[in-house]
Design a protein around this ligand. Structure first.
Ligand SMILES: [Zn+2]
Length: 467
């Protein structure tokens, strides 16, 4: 125990010092007499405006008459025209939704909806005979009201997207029954997981006071790891059917061979019925470090040759071999640390919450409303973070492509063919504005990836000649 303590306490000390450094400049601002409500409305408007402007930059690309010259051979004019029409439909849908979101977000703040929902949840408690300061119970009711508010208006959008937009472009496979069952199941899971999660989240902050950050981060990390185990066992089977890939089939042997060569700890190899909802295709892996599972969409298997599926998986296992998921998890922890460390000054402020017409408790501020409203002020930072995270994931995509190509043989050709085929089948957009791509795309565009692979091969053959 002493050894553990001597190991952990210096780390806690460093983290604590870092928190203080972050909080000091924020403290003065958070305790100041600013009109927080007005600023939050301004930031919400600015944030939607920023997203709208980025979309408007991309829109003219859907009117370009021909594919990029490097892809002209793969995209017959008919397919290209379809992909342009699909891209334009999606962009116009997002544009409308963003503008609507701007009005909705502003209206919620302007009408003091948070204050109403907070006092309504106290009213619900009082109705059941509970008075006084029952913060966790009140917060759960408050979160329920907000979750309903977020879910119900988003239903018509989801419905339109699935049954009109995707249907029109030939991708939708979802039936009405599946759509509504998905909706009910998601609500039920949200409530079952959300209530205990929220209770623990608030309980930790209440218990540890201003020092909660490290403990809360520990809890969040454990929660994420538990979800990695629980999700495929408990949640995913509610939505999709995973079938082990047929024993002894040539595709199975091929993938097992690949995993064996790379020493990938493959435990299960599944095919998932992605075609139940959509004809978009994909493959991914998950699991704990010593026991991994690979999942391939049935749509990928039917649309590609076995060699191409293997190349797609060589790319995926490249992510594993280069520890990309672990690095992203660590980056995510840094993000959470910065977010949580900036929060305590707002919690101790006597001016912040009252600016939104929500009264303070006699000794403290209600945590959940403060936390949700505090996040509105991070919107500009979150946009910057999105650029940064996408720069990282794009670099990882190039690395995973390079990993697959380095396996030699026909891998470069096969991966290139597979990617082109996926783009054709998914009618992916081919002309992308650079700022739009930097903000929205976690992956480089197809021409960028193909060019990078060509460069790798050119470099390799040059080195070969020099030897
Ligand atoms: Zn990838």
């Amino acid at each position: 125990m002493d050894i553990l303590r001597s190991f952990v306490s210096p780390i806690l000390g460093v983290l604590h010092k870092m928190q203080l450094t972050i909080q000091l400049p924020i403290l003065r601002v958070a305790h100041g007499p600013l009109n927080w409500r007005l600023i939050s409305i301004g930031l919400t408007l600015a944030s939607s405006l920023f997203e709208t402007l980025i979309l408007l930059r991309q829109l003219p690309n859907y009117s370009k008459p021909a594919p990029p010259s490097s892809l002209a051979d793969h995209f017959p004019l008919e397919t290209y025209t379809k992909s342009q029409a699909y891209g334009r439909s999606k962009a116009l849908f997002t544009l409308t939704k963003t503008v609507w979101g701007m009005f909705e977000g502003t209206l919620i703040l302007y009408s003091d909806f948070y204050a109403w929902a907070w006092s309504a949840s106290a009213g619900v408690l009082a109705y059941f005979g509970y008075g006084g300061e029952r913060e966790i119970a009140q917060s759960i009711i408050f979160a329920g009201i907000l979750a309903l508010l977020a879910t119900i208006p988003s239903l018509p959008w989801d419905y339109y997207y699935t049954f009109v937009l995707e249907q029109h472009h030939g991708f939708n496979k979802t039936t009405h029954l599946t759509f509504w069952l998905d909706f009910v199941k998601s609500l039920a899971i949200g409530a079952l997981l959300g209530v205990p999660f929220l209770a623990a989240f608030l309980g930790i902050i209440k218990h540890f006071g201003q020092d909660f950050v490290t403990y809360l981060m520990g809890f969040l990390l454990v929660f994420q790891l538990v979800m990695v185990v629980l999700f495929p066992l408990v949640i995913q089977p509610l939505f999709n059917k995973l079938t082990p890939l047929e024993e002894g089939s040539s595709l199975r042997k091929r993938i097992e061979g690949l995993a064996g060569r790379l020493k990938f700890p493959l435990k299960h190899l599944y095919q998932i019925d992605g075609s139940k909802r959509s004809s978009h295709s994909n493959a991914y892996f998950y699991g704990l470090p010593w026991s991994k599972h690979i999942v391939i969409f049935d749509t990928l298997i039917t649309q590609s040759t076995e060699e191409e599926v293997e190349a797609v998986l060589a790319h995926e296992l490249g992510h594993w071999s280069l520890s990309h998921p672990t690095k992203l998890l660590l980056l995510n922890q840094v993000h959470i640390f910065l977010l949580l460390s900036s929060f305590p000054p707002f919690l101790s402020s006597r001016t912040f919450l009252p600016s939104f017409n929500i009264p303070l408790y006699p000794t403290s501020a209600p945590i959940l409303p403060t936390f949700l409203l505090f996040q509105l002020f991070l919107q500009p930072l979150e946009h910057a973070m999105q650029f940064a995270m996408h720069a990282v994931t794009r670099a990882y995509e190039y690395q995973a492509d390079a990993f697959a190509v380095a396996m030699g043989g026909e891998m470069k050709q096969r991966l290139g063919d597979a990617l082109v085929k996926l783009h054709v089948k998914n009618l992916s957009t081919l002309h992308v504005d650079w700022l739009y791509s930097a903000y929205h795309y976690s992956h480089p565009t197809l021409p960028e990836r193909l060019r990078a692979m060509d460069k790798l091969e050119a470099k390799k053959s040059k080195e070969g000649k020099e030897l």
